[in-house]
Design a protein. Structure first.
Length: 595
């Protein structure tokens, strides 16, 4: 059997794990395989024993070298031999190679023979035996039913199992019928991962040495291999080809664009990759969160064993939760993967979507997984009985919790969830997050810090007479959000432009004062107070409160008015009884039907 262990720049590049599994399973007697996920990629053998090619051709050459007569079959191409050209003449079967039923019957007979040793590679198996998408198998076309029964029998046929013959199904859509992939079917499912750092580096060095493409001067092959995490080898090849065609080196922006598109395609829009452009230097206020995250980053880099695997950011809308998630990703050096809606109406489709997402997450590690609005994404409050979706929600949640809690992911996959409605999360969901950090309205001091930063973000210039401290004291900013401050900057800019008759004019104090005085919050302050107090109640450790540090009280933090009587201003301790009393009062106001 093919083996390779290549030393590249003092790093040993082993045979891919999936290929080692393929060999081990065969030695243990397995005869049927289903290969899924990254099945359209190149396979690169650093030893060059087999030329770089797509998975299906790589397998055919590998098995042919091991003495197999290899047959390929797909609905588009029919039956054809994967053999050297001089052997094709003798491998013409006496069968209509374009008729699936005839081909499958002929292959069944061949697979039951001990000699010659054959391997059958069924490409695009999803089209031949598609999943029924929540319906019974009876809705499949007769031809599909025949194919499904035949392929299922191949893996369990005693006559075939007594031979060395093999069946390999290649799935490009992860939609092969459940009958074949379920446990006990006889097929071993092998997930083809995205290439790791060493594989990307070896392939990049090979292309550069062969004169394909070039990298910009400040982009070394090692750095290129690092930033291409999440790309397939075929994507790297296309970047180098593009470099040649344009006559310019590959740069970071080209990699960023290709990565976003590739992960979108691989994840079928279930996952969006975000390459953060700002770090903590662009975060105003939120010192309690920044301080904690700096310590977390140190733990990750030191390889500490007690790194939390899941963090929940809970609090009022528009107060910086999303912004700081991206800053954390930038500081960690991790890509940020934002999860989309993985639910579908077909039975089984949601679970397959989830498995695709988890596979992508695992292959992109180290990474940060951002679950925005977790109160909606994970279903919010659970009912006392089983869900109305035949248990799909319970199974998906159990799978997510199992993956999230896996010790092998600690320090490599960090889950960060954000919620504007922590009151909608049930205790079991909150319990899965080892760290819960509250996000409250910015204080007057934080407002003064935010205004210049927000103006800079939208390309506006504040005039020298602007006094952010005075603006922060205005009554209309009693319970502001960062989003509200952005809107005020925008309106102040409108006033400045209208007065000067020129777009982009400097914003003076009078413009900012008027915009702030005119501002009318479009949210209920009592609802925001209820959300803020709920977030405080859920906070996992006292030092994570905005007015605390792990060393004690943060004396430059102004306790909000609604926390007077709940928080001791000298010690920062929370009176839990007073907190729960106020929460009960507010609940009756904001949700009179809660009981």
């Amino acid at each position: 059997m093919l083996r390779w262990v290549t030393r590249h720049n003092d790093a040993v590049i082993n045979m891919p794990e999936w290929l080692q599994q393929f060999d081990r399973y065969r030695q243990a007697g397995a005869r049927g395989f289903i290969m899924t996920f990254n099945t359209g990629d190149f396979i690169f053998d650093p030893s060059r024993t087999i030329p770089t090619c797509r998975l299906v051709y790589f397998l055919a050459q590998k098995l042919n070298r091991e003495g197999y007569t290899v047959w390929g079959f797909s609905l588009g191409r029919g039956l054809f031999p994967f053999s050297p050209s001089n052997d094709r003449q003798r491998l013409t079967p006496d069968v209509d190679t374009t008729n699936p039923e005839s081909v499958l019957r002929w292959l069944t007979r061949q697979l039951r023979l001990s000699e010659p040793k054959i391997a059958v590679i069924v490409d695009y198996a999803d089209f031949l035996v598609p999943n029924a998408q929540g319906l019974t198998s009876a809705v499949l076309q007769p031809q599909q039913m025949f194919a499904l029964e035949t392929l299922h029998n191949w893996a369990s046929d005693d006559a075939i199992r007594q031979t060395d013959n093999l069946v390999v199904l290649i799935s490009h859509e992860n939609q092969v019928h459940d009958l074949l992939i379920r446990s006990g079917s006889g097929y071993k499912v092998l997930q083809i991962p995205l290439p790791d750092f060493q594989q990307r580096l070896a392939f990049t060095q090979f292309l550069l040495n062969e004169g394909f493409g070039q990298l910009e001067k400040d982009l070394s092959p090692e750095e290129f291999a690092r930033i291409t995490g999440g790309l397939r080898l075929v994507d790297i090849d296309e970047l180098m080809t593009l470099s040649d065609s344009l006559g310019q080196p590959v740069n970071r922006e080209m990699v960023r664009e290709r990565k976003a598109e590739t992960i979108r395609q691989l994840g079928r829009d279930l996952v969006t990759v975000i390459e953060p452009t700002h770090g903590f230097e662009k975060v105003a206020g939120l010192q309690h969160a920044v301080d904690y995250f700096r310590g977390l980053i140190w733990q990750v880099r030191e390889g500490a064993e007690n790194v939390p695997q899941a963090i929940l950011l809970a609090g009022v809308p528009g107060c910086g939760k999303s912004y700081i998630v991206l800053a954390l990703g930038k500081e960690l050096g991790f890509p940020v993967l934002r999860l989309g809606n993985i639910r579908e109406r077909w039975v089984g489709a949601s679970e397959r979507n989830l498995e695709l997402v988890l596979w992508l997450v695992e292959t992109l590690a180290p990474c940060l997984i951002w679950v925005d609005e977790i109160d909606q994404a994970f279903g919010g409050q659970r009912t006392t009985g089983p869900s109305a979706d035949a248990g799909t929600s319970e199974r998906m949640m159990a799978r997510i919790w199992e993956f999230m809690g896996s010790m092998k992911h600690r320090g490599k996959i960090l889950w960060v969830a954000t919620t504007n409605r922590p009151d909608l999360l049930d205790a079991a969901t909150v319990d899965r997050f080892q760290v819960v950090i509250p996000f409250l309205h910015p204080t007057r001091r934080e407002i003064a810090q935010l205004l210049p930063l927000l103006a800079e973000q939208v390309g506006r210039v504040l005039a020298e007479d602007v006094d952010p401290t005075q603006i922060a004291t205005l009554p209309s900013l009693r319970l502001p959000t960062v989003r509200a401050l952005q809107e005020i900057i925008g309106v102040a800019g409108f006033f400045a432009d209208a007065e000067a008759g020129q777009s982009g004019s400097p914003i003076f104090q009078r413009h900012l004062l008027r915009a702030t005085q005119e501002f009318k919050p479009n949210y209920n302050p009592l609802v925001h107070e209820f959300i803020a107090l709920t977030a405080i109640r859920m906070t996992s450790f006292g030092f994570l409160l905005p007015w605390r540090t792990w060393q004690g009280r943060r004396h430059d933090y102004e306790i909000p008015e609604y926390l007077k009587g709940i928080v001791d201003e000298s010690t920062g301790e929370v009176d839990l009884m007073a907190l729960h009393r106020r929460l009960s009062e507010l609940r009756r106001i904001v949700d009179p039907f809660s009981g």
